[in-house]
Design a protein around this ligand. Structure first.
Ligand SMILES: Cc1cc2nc3c(=O)[nH]c(=O)nc-3n(C[C@H](O)[C@H](O)[C@H](O)COP(=O)(O)OP(=O)(O)OC[C@H]3O[C@@H](n4cnc5c(N)ncnc54)[C@H](O)[C@@H]3O)c2cc1C
Length: 285
């Protein structure tokens, strides 16, 4: 029996009083789509970490939906991570996105302070300390993580996360569906069968799209970049074009076996709602 696709919405802990005030309405709007869960980002190295917990509580209060905290490990001690996991368990959290996170390069060398250096170590730690109490998601990079020496090494590192006990993965944003299909072929050849859900970033501007892609090493197709550049002073036309491009991407992914979609909402309901409508997606539960 085919499993239902998984749809999830990523939020970040708001950083301003306006953002805090706006968030419940954003959650309410997105919750009408009945996603499988909301996920909430976590700042590596201290920033946003309390905000993750507060946002998690807001999600549960406002939507009753499952809330999935991201957890980064780089620079952290086992004791700190253990305390965070305990708190999540007490709060009824059932799933965690386990990540390395980003800190300055010096903090990520094997000799750097902290008990964790890569995400596979965090996955193993969660399994050792909490068994199967949490479902564990990890990150996947169809176009390779920017710090990896080559795609083969990066894939081996992904495989280690799965072998350490990950139940599934969410991908970095991409605009090139073939990169995802190539990644899935590599998974199939390696016997990796966990669901790998594409991460979808709606297009809402020229400068931010270029910046997001550059930041994570994602390919922004030349024709998309050129069209966005030309439309950058005509917001409605740019948004229409962005919805068209991302709808086509999502449609291609879902028709060809992607097990769901994870939307990077950037704490805005509008762009994700438009994509949802365009894709004629049902409520998922
Ligand atoms: C869906 C999603 C959500 C995210 N949410 C957050 C968030 O909330 N907060 C945040 O700070 N960041 C977040 N990130 C970004 C993420 O933290 C960065 O991409 C980070 O650089 C890598 O994290 P990772 O868990 O993929 O690391 P890893 O899987 O550990 O990989 C990191 C790098 O190290 C290499 N590597 C892995 N294992 C080894 C090893 N044993 N030896 C040598 N090299 C190795 C990999 O090839 C890769 O280049 C998110 C990313 C995604 C895709």
């Amino acid at each position: 029996m085919a499993t239902q696709p998984s749809f999830s919405f990523e939020l970040f802990p708001p950083r301003t009083p306006e953002g805090v005030a706006k968030l419940p309405a954003v959650i309410d709007q997105l919750a009408t789509l009945r996603p499988n869960y909301f996920s909430i980002t976590y700042g590596a190295g201290g920033s946003e970490q309390e905000g993750t917990y507060e946002t998690l509580v807001t999600v549960v209060k406002h939507s009753g939906a499952e809330a999935v905290p991201h957890l980064t490990c780089v620079g952290s001690t086992r004791a700190h991570i253990a305390a965070v996991l305990e708190r999540y368990r007490e709060a009824g959290v059932k799933r965690i996105l386990a990540l390395r996170g980003d800190l300055p390069a010096t903090a990520m060398s094997p000799s750097a302070p902290g008990d964790f250096h890569f995400a596979n170590e965090l996955v193993r730690f969660i399994r050792e300390t909490h068994g199967d109490a949490f479902k564990i998601e990890v990150a996947a990079y169809p176009e390779m993580h920017p710090q990896a020496p080559n795609p083969g090494a990066d894939f081996e590192h992904f495989r280690r996360k799965v072998e350490a006990g990950a139940d599934g993965a969410l991908t970095q944003l991409f605009y090139n569906a073939d990169a995802y299909f190539d990644f899935m072929e590599r998974c199939a050849k390696a016997g990796i069968t966990v669901p790998v859900v594409p991460g979808i970033m709606p297009i809402t501007g020229f400068a931010n799209t270029v910046r997001f892609c550059a930041g994570c090493g994602a390919d922004l197709p030349r024709w998309v970049r050129l069209r966005l550049e030309q439309l950058q002073n005509d917001k409605p036309a740019l948004l229409d074009f962005g919805v068209e491009v991302v709808t086509r991407l999502c449609g291609t992914l879902l028709r060809n076996g992607a097990p769901g979609l994870h939307f990077y909402t950037i704490n805005q309901a509008g762009p994700t709602l438009r994509l949802w409508k365009n894709l004629a997606l049902p409520s998922s539960n």
